[in-house]
Design a binder for this molecule. Structure first.
Ligand code: IVH
Length: 682
């Protein structure tokens, strides 16, 4: 990674190679969801490219992957006139309306022509148009009024699933325009709202609003931090000598994929009945998708048939949206409870009379904060309309005021923390109310739950119930105490046998060797999410260096601004922090990143799960062998698992692997694959 020895010519060659590599890995990760290298290896490539470009600014290109971090803020968005209008779709709410659509299509095309339909999800995001000139992304715009939109090119550049340069596999059109939807994946949405709530900012009502708010930011660095994604579903324009545009929608989707775009799931049907059955099937499965949808779109596959069908002023005659009913129900608010989070924020939750919505029972709805309760005027005893969107916590849409009896009671935020009795305050300009208690047990509990969570230290099995008991029994007072717990401490807890107690101790011990990026994230520094934690760990490589970093030094990392720098410096200044770090270090928790391991990495990019009892080594030893050799250890078997290593008495993971056709390795086979020298003693 030391680039200081590069001459300009070497640097140019290396930069071009790095760009190709990074592009390939972006494609594997963001489009195909099939990464071949670890995040760390990716970061190393990325850093090297950043350093070369810093040293030789002349080598920086517009389509370099480094240009995704977000450039300088704009004063205003320029407007862009669309080459072709961006129309909307006609809507249908009943199967009968879809049959009528099919009759209209056949009426125009003639009864004898065969019509094939393609069905795709209707992604609830924002439509955008993307223009590529000689294979390079040059302009992206929002839909606007359909004729003229806003130039959001700089913001779209930050979205990893939008290629900055087309893959040559798809050909090299002189000019190409495609259209698709920018959206916020459900997980990113939940995280963003959690962060906003803990920062005292108003949460977004739904992923669509969050995506819109994130894309229409004049400062592209804000967009870069929002984890947006894009799916492209329409090849609008293609200009290329010697190569015709596609003749069907399916070919278009295939070509878009070859060019490096992510396309929505889709399926084609030769009859409208098949398409309708598919629409109805997805109505009940919409929660399985990682993004929100509000229906499905049915499109005529053949482009020449589309041309015959044409458009009305508003929408094409060759496609229609089938809208799903919103997943809502009416129920009553029986109480409001308050949760105190890890940063002391008090979040009110409505306790509801249980009601079925979209196949599950809902008993609580988030109320976010005091202002939102006041705005919606939710009172205890009210009948309310509740909505469930995908995996997101249900929320109250509106109050049925006509059903009030006068017995409803308005809600007031408590003045004292319900968990520790300290004063509750609301800072100027913040929506959140906070507990001011320095030793509030709720904050500690949530902090430990966060510390142990999957994206943080990943202590398997240490969930909220056990954390609460550890605190109640006075066994831990901070996160470092976890590493001093023995089997006897766990045995004292409810429903904890000898075996589970040993497993807990082992699960905690295993996390001592985590890369420090995880630890930085796990400490729960305000405004430091897992991504920023990774950047900090990469730059400072040891906890000591990070703890003594000054504001300016922190801000030399492009993604880090005043807010984060302030928070990091403030965190490490606390005596409490220093004490926790001292205890963690004394317990043997890793405090610096080792330099890149030299030597063979035969498992690079492969994902492993280990199950059952192995005879020559412990499970964690096998896992260490895997990660030492470049592989990734997963906790459960899924479609992305490459190998399941099976010991004696395997359980459900084994069955799942059989079902999915995952390659199964016996202990001997695994040892052979690893090479004998690595296997024993890990
Ligand atoms: S096709 C001529 N396909 O729905 C319009 N649109 O009301 C061609 N949308 O503005 C659009 N998912 O933002 C199409 N798979 C999909 C879609 C989709 C979402 C949005 C798009 C459009 C709106 C139409």
């Amino acid at each position: 990674m030391d680039v200081s020895g590069y001459g300009e010519a070497t640097a140019a060659k290396r930069a071009a190679d790095l760009r190709d590599l990074i592009r390939r890995h972006d494609y594997l990760y963001y489009v195909l969801d099939r990464p071949e290298i670890s995040d760390r290896e990716y970061d190393m490539l990325f850093r090297e490219l950043v350093r070369i470009e810093e040293r030789f600014p002349g080598l920086r290109t517009q389509d370099s992957p480094t240009q995704r971090v977000g450039g300088a803020p704009l004063p205003v968005f320029q407007s862009v006139r669309h080459r072709y209008p961006m129309r909307s779709l006609g809507n249908a709410f009943e199967a009968e309306e879809i049959r009528a659509f099919d009759r209209r299509v056949r009426g125009i095309l003639g009864e004898s022509s065969a019509v094939e339909y393609v069905v795709e999800p209707k992604i609830d995001g924002l439509s955008v148009s993307l223009v590529y000139q000689d294979g390079v992304f040059v302009q992206g715009a929002t839909r606007g009024d359909g004729e003229t939109g806003e130039d959001v090119t700089e913001n779209l550049r930050t979205i990893r699933s939008i290629p900055l340069r087309l893959r040559p596999e798809g050909g090299r059109p002189a000019r190409m325009e495609c259209r698709g939807e920018v959206y916020m994946p459900m997980r990113a949405f939940q995280r963003l709202n959690e962060e906003r709530e803990s920062d005292g900012e108003a949460p977004f009502a739904n992923p669509r609003n969050a995506a819109a708010g994130s894309l229409r930011q004049l400062d592209p660095r804000v967009t870069a931090g929002r984890r947006l994604a894009a799916l492209v579903y329409d090849l609008r324009y293609w200009e290329d000598q010697g190569r015709a545009a596609v003749s069907t929608h399916l070919e278009g989707l295939r070509l878009l994929e070859e060019l490096g775009f992510a396309v929505p799931i889709h399926r084609s049907f030769e009859s409208i009945a098949g398409a309708i059955a598919y629409l109805e099937e997805w109505a009940g499965r919409r929660g399985e998708l990682p993004y929100e949808i509000d229906g499905m779109v049915i499109k005529v596959n053949d482009i020449s048939q589309r041309e015959i069908l044409g458009s009305t002023a508003h929408s094409p005659r060759w496609a229609i949206a089938f809208k799903y009913p919103p997943e809502q129900a009416v129920t009553r608010v029986v109480d409001v409870s308050i949760q105190v989070g890890r940063t002391g924020v008090l979040t009110p939750t409505a306790i509801l009379e249980p009601v079925r919505i979209a196949g599950s029972t809902v008993g609580r709805a988030t109320l976010h904060n005091e202002d939102i309760i006041r705005e919606k005027d939710v009172r205890i005893g009210d009948y309310v309309l509740v909505q469930k969107a995908g995996e997101v916590i249900p929320e109250i849409v509106s109050v049925l005021k006509e059903r009030r009896t006068g017995a409803e009671t308005p809600f007031a935020m408590p003045r004292k923390c319900p968990e520790c009795g300290a004063d509750v305050v609301r800072f100027e300009g913040e929506a959140a109310a906070r507990c001011t208690g320095v030793s509030c047990p709720a904050q500690l509990r949530e902090g430990i739950i966060h510390f142990a969570s999957r994206d943080a230290m990943n202590i398997e099995g240490l969930g909220p119930a056990i954390v609460a008991q550890l605190l109640d029994n006075g066994l831990v007072r901070d996160v470092a105490d976890l590493y001093y717990l023995g089997r006897d401490d766990f045995v004292k807890l409810e429903r904890m046998g000898d075996k589970s107690a040993s497993n807990m101790v082992e699960a905690i011990r295993k996390t001592k060797d985590n890369p420090i990026g995880r630890l930085v994230f796990a400490l729960g520094i305000r405004h430091v999410g897992d991504k920023v934690a990774g950047l900090l760990a990469d730059r400072f490589t040891s906890m000591e260096a990070l703890a003594s970093a000054g504001r300016e030094e922190l801000k030399s990392i492009p993604e880090i601004g005043d807010k984060i720098a302030e928070s990091v410096v403030g965190f490490f200044r606390q005596d409490q922090t220093r004490e926790v770090l001292r205890k963690l270090a004394a317990a043997g928790v890793r405090m610096k990143n080792e330099p890149e391991r030299e030597g063979p990495r035969p498992f690079a990019g492969k994902r492993f799960v280990v199950t059952g009892t192995l005879s020559t080594m412990k499970r964690h030893e096998a896992e260490k062998v895997i990660s030492d050799l470049g592989g990734q250890v997963m906790s459960g078997v899924s479609r992305t698992t490459d190998y399941l290593v099976v010991g004696a008495d395997p359980g459900s993971k084994y069955e799942k692997a059989l079902e999915l056709g995952t390659t199964i390795l016996s202990e001997d086979e695994f040892i052979e694959m690893a090479g004998k020298d690595h296997a024993i003693g890990g």
